[in-house]
Design a protein around this ligand. Structure first.
Ligand code: AR6
Length: 178
């Protein structure tokens, strides 16, 4: 059976899935936006886990991802990925955003998880245009799911009305359940 893709409008910290994805920065030490919300909800154990990863691996470059425990969150793990800062939409912006989604999915799969929730990576402080980012997010996830049946459920968590409408429209166009 096909994996399900779903849009939820709201706060990713409340979503019950195996893995939630954080739109982090390269320091992995927290920030504003969804990163701040995730760290607040998870509690200090998450920052401690991020510090340990950073000690071992150093900065997390754009497009890369790391996985930690989830502290007080309902999820079992957090994948921290770093999206690109929008630089006008050159190929590098596109590839780094695709990599952020793909590497997050690969980490979830490598850790034997089946469900994952994404925020709209890079569409806040990092300035990526929402429509372009939503297309990249969905196309990258769809391509991944085709070859990786272990991932059974992907939730796109949209905080704002504009992203929710964009994602709903794109998934409806595909004829995919929303
Ligand atoms: N749940 C789901 N989505 C959220 C939430 C939430 N609780 N809060 C905000 N969003 P941003 P970026 C949406 O700025 O653009 C941080 O400081 C938000 O509406 O959080 O990748 C990091 O430390 C937007 O659509 O992440 C980095 O320095 C989306 O999440 C930098 O921001 C992403 O917005 C990363 O920038």
């Amino acid at each position: 059976m096909q994996a399900t893709m779903q849009v939820i409008q709201g706060d990713i910290t409340t979503v019950s899935v195996d893995v939630i994805v954080n739109a982090a920065n390269s320091s992995l030490l927290g920030g504003g936006g969804v990163d701040g919300a995730i760290h607040r909800a998870a509690g200090p154990a998450l920052l401690e886990a991020c510090r340990r990863v950073r000690q071992e691996q150093g900065d997390c470059p754009p497009g890369h991802a790391v996985i930690t425990t989830a502290g007080n969150l309902p999820a079992k793990a957090v994948v921290h990925t770093v999206g690109p800062v929008w630089h006008g939409g050159d190929d590098n912006d596109v590839h780094l955003l695709e990599d952020a989604y793909r590497n997050s999915l690969m980490l979830a799969e490598a850790n034997n998880f089946e469900s994952i929730a994404f925020p709209a990576i890079s569409t806040g402080v990092y300035g990526y245009p929402k429509a372009a980012a939503a297309e990249i997010a969905i196309n990258t996830v769809v391509a991944f799911l085709a070859d990786h049946p272990q991932i059974r459920r992907v939730v796109f968590v949209c905080f704002d009305d504009e992203n929710a409408a964009l994602y709903r429209r794109l998934l409806t166009q595909r004829g995919t359940e929303t």
